[in-house]
Structure formats: C-alpha cells, structure tokens
Design a protein around this ligand. Structure first.
Ligand SMILES: [Cu+2]
Length: 482
C-alpha cells in the first residue's frame, strides 16, 4: 500500500498491520477528546484479545473533515465511519456505551446472530442523553465469518441518526475465512455514507417530501472521504468488503473495465464466486467482492450507476441520472496473478417451511403524521400487541408483497434467511441474507429458520425513513408453544 496518509492507513489497515502500529492507531482514537470544536477524522479498529472484545464507545456530535470541508456530524468516538470492530466466533463482546447526543439512542448489531434481549441486540432499549450502558454478549461458536455492522435503532430517530453518520463495521473472522486465496488477497473495507450539509457544514434538515422518498444527501463519502484514491500495493487480487450505511440511497456499483467476483452476501460467504458486471447494494446490505488486478496499470473508477427506486407521483424522482464516481482504484499491473477461490461455503437449501405468512408493503394514512408506511395495513405503534409470533426452531416462508410505488429493502433482525423466489420464479443464487430488496410490484418469498434465541425483535424496511414512518413490525420468537 503506497501513498496512504496515516489516517487512511488506520482506516484501511489490513492483515499485515504490525501490533505496534495498530496500537498507535487505537491510541490515537482513544485520545480524542469529547469536544465538538476539534476536527477529528481518524477511524480505528478494535480487535478481540484472548476471547474478549472490549471498548468504550461514545455517541456524540463532532466536527470531522469531509473532503476539503468540515462537517458537524453524529459520530461514535468522533469518527466517520465509526471504529471497525473485529471479533471471532465464541468471543465475548463488551461495549461500554455512552450517549452524549442530545436525544435518546441505542445500538443494533445488524446481521449478527446473538441474543435479541437483555443488553445484546435489543432494539427496545432506550439510552437517554448522558446515560451509559454496557452491552455484553457472546458471539456463538458456530457463527459465520462475515461483514456485519452496528448503528442506532431507536424507532422514530433511526434515519436521522444514521444520516448524521452513526455507523461502523463489525467483522467476524472465523475458520470459514481461512481460505488461502482470500488470505492472499488485499482486503479493503468500503463504508458508503451520504450527508446533506449546508454551507457551514451543518446537517440540513430534510423536507417532508424527501422523508417520503427516504432522505439522500449530495455529499457521498467512502470511509469518510470524498472520492478517495485507493492505492494497491501490487497486482493480484483485491477483496472489497462494502457496506451501504446510507439511510435511503441505493448504490449500483461497477468498476471500470473490471468484473466483480461476488463472494459474500451480507454476512455469509456464497458457495463459490459469481462473476457479475455490477451489483446493487440497498441500505443495510453488504457485499464482499473480489477484483482481479489483471488490466494494464492505471486508475479505475468505482462507479455508482443510476437506479430508479420509484416514487410517489410528483414526489417521485430518479436518484441520479448519470454515474457518480465513488472512489478510484489505482494499481500497477505485474506478472503476479492470484487465483480465485473455488469453494467458499457449503450452503444447502433449507427444508420446507412449517408455516407461510404474507406481508404486504405499502403506504397509507396515519392521523397524527399524515402518510404512514405500512405492513399489512398497519403502521408500527398503531397497536400495542405483537404483529407476528413464531416458534423457535421452526422454519417459515414469508411472502413479501410490495403493492406500493417505491422499492423497499426488507430486513429481519436476528436470523438470516434464504430467498426462495421472486414473482414466482425460483431464485437461482443459494445464499444467506438479512436484507432483501422487494421492488415495487414484486413478490419475494424468503425462508427463515428461527434458531437459538427467543425473544422480541423487529422486521422492517431499511429505507429508514420508511421504518421511522411505520414500516416495521414486532416479531416475537417463542421458545415453547403457548
Ligand atoms: Cu421502504
């Protein structure tokens, strides 16, 4: 890796990082003072040690450098993106969390298969301003290796807090990552976020119309940088681990003159690499992509291609009508040619479900806020009972029917699922996902095994304004028949 600033090095630090340098990056982040007057942009990573991942995490407003300007954003530990957390299956996780925002918040561990109750992945917790809470949970021994993330999930404030910047990666590194070809690849993490800022670098408030569509900002950043250059040290194989941490913006990714080899959907490896020319990443989703550095030396733009996610009459708009450069990847070709992995996982299709349910996604009216986004005609909070009750250790098919005019990426907390069909056509790709796009007019059937953890959680649209405006339901996983 060449031409990287110290900050980039900390952000992009890879397998080869020396312990001393890593400590230096962590020390740098720990030493940041909790004041909004100081510009800080460093991002760090925390790794588990002797089976424990322990850190202090503080949510607060901070000044950060975005490209050539300063912005006042909501951060964890003053950083955009938030520190990258890395743990192994079986590890204990202890996060000493402090809320120094001026509004309540909490933490959701998106995609992790961990307890849904207590001080774990419990979205019903509410941490008021000034309050501290220690999150503590164990990552199961048999947890898949993969790309997960953490962000706030307090209903009504989720979009605003994500759009403020609160998001970070949570990487699980287990045995299924010990694939020689992957270990030989150069690993880079790309956290995609967008912000709406005024001329003073303050966060602009969103108009009601844009909340209906889901808010998007004109400033797009990759790892907190505007159009960064990613310099690769030598020709070979590049592994891009991409997170869409935007509250609403879709990213239709492509790399000039290169194909992607898609190796993981959300938090799980595919069985083998799948060659694609582009990849659509909706809010909440992650993708792991290999790129062969086999073209001539040069600069290749990572692009966000146009995508129309629908709209409501006059409010509708296509988000962008021409490609946008997200980052530029630079490499010098060499004689070195690294092989692609051939086998990455051994996913088998789930057995037939015990139950089938239907969920219709659309919008309607809520007397108190106007337009509400709904699941089966109900908006979140319109009643105080459980929307969906399932039994632990059963498998269900959920038919997700989008009868509205906008696309909705659907996320289920706690348990990954397989997509069975779209509009009645079998899904060709056998994969685990935790967030799936249901395009307007589309019916997507997913199959979910409810495993290991009973308790109350949620499912919702991951266009987070839609979630905040009601497109969420409560899921109760019962551990014995009632
Ligand atoms: Cu939606």
């Amino acid at each position: 890796m060449v031409n990287l600033s110290r900050r980039q090095f900390c952000v992009l630090g890879t397998v080869g990082l020396g312990a001393a340098l890593l400590n230096s990056c962590q020390h740098q982040s720990n030493s940041i003072q909790p004041v909004a007057s100081k510009a800080v942009t460093s991002a760090s990573r925390y790794q588990s040690k002797n089976g424990l991942l322990e850190l202090d995490l503080e949510a607060r407003e901070s000044l950060v450098n975005l490209g050539d300007r300063q912005a006042s954003l909501l951060t964890y530990n003053g950083q955009i993106p938030a520190p990258r957390l890395e743990a192994k299956p079986g590890d204990q996780v202890r996060i000493h969390f402090t809320n120094n925002l001026d509004q309540p918040t909490n933490l959701h561990y998106h995609g992790l298969h961990i307890p849904l109750t207590g001080k774990a992945d419990n979205v019903f917790l509410q941490i008021t301003p000034g309050e501290k809470l220690t999150y503590e949970f164990q990552i199961p021994e048999n947890h898949p290796s993969g790309t997960f993330w953490y962000h706030p999930h307090l209903h009504g404030l989720v979009a605003e807090q994500l759009f403020g910047g609160l998001a970070g990666l949570f990487i699980v590194r287990g045995k299924d990552e010990e694939i020689l070809e992957l270990q030989a690849a150069q690993e880079e993490f790309l956290v995609l976020q967008d912000f709406a800022l005024d001329s003073d670098g303050k966060r602009s408030s969103s108009a009601q119309m844009s909340l209906m569509m889901g808010r998007e900002g004109e400033t797009i950043v990759v790892n907190g940088q505007v159009k960064p250059n990613i310099d690769l040290s030598s020709g070979g194989l590049l592994r891009l681990r991409v997170l869409n941490a935007s509250p609403s913006r879709f990213y239709r990714l492509s790399l000039e003159d290169h194909a992607f080899y898609h190796i993981a959907t959300d938090g799980n490896n595919l069985n083998e690499p799948v060659e694609v020319n582009e990849l659509l990443l909706t809010p909440g989703q992650r993708a792991d992509l290999l790129v062969k550095e086999d073209k001539k030396s040069g600069q290749y733009r990572l692009l966000n291609l146009p995508y129309n996610r629908g709209g409501m009459g006059m409010m509708g708009r296509n988000n962008r009508d021409k490609p946008i450069t997200l980052a530029t990847i630079n490499y010098s070709s060499s004689a070195k040619s690294l092989a692609l992995p051939t086998k990455l996982n051994s996913i088998s299709a789930l057995p037939e479900p015990q139950k089938v349910r239907r969920f219709e996604l659309n919008h309607g009216m809520n007397p108190s806020v106007g337009i509400a986004f709904q699941i089966n005609g109900e908006y979140y909070g319109s009643k105080d009972f459980i929307d969906t009750e399932v039994q632990l250790n059963t498998i269900e098919d959920w038919e997700l029917i989008n009868t509205g005019v906008m696309d909705h990426p659907f996320h289920v907390h706690g348990n990954a699922f397989q997509v069975i069909s779209r509009n009645g056509q079998s899904e060709p790709l056998l994969a685990w996902r935790d967030t799936v796009l249901v395009k307007r007019g589309e019916t997507v059937r997913i199959r979910i095994p409810f495993k290991d953890f009973a308790g109350k959680t949620v499912y919702h649209c991951h266009v987070l304004d839609h979630e905040d405006l009601g497109m969420m339901g409560i899921l109760m996983i019962q551990d014995k028949p009632t």
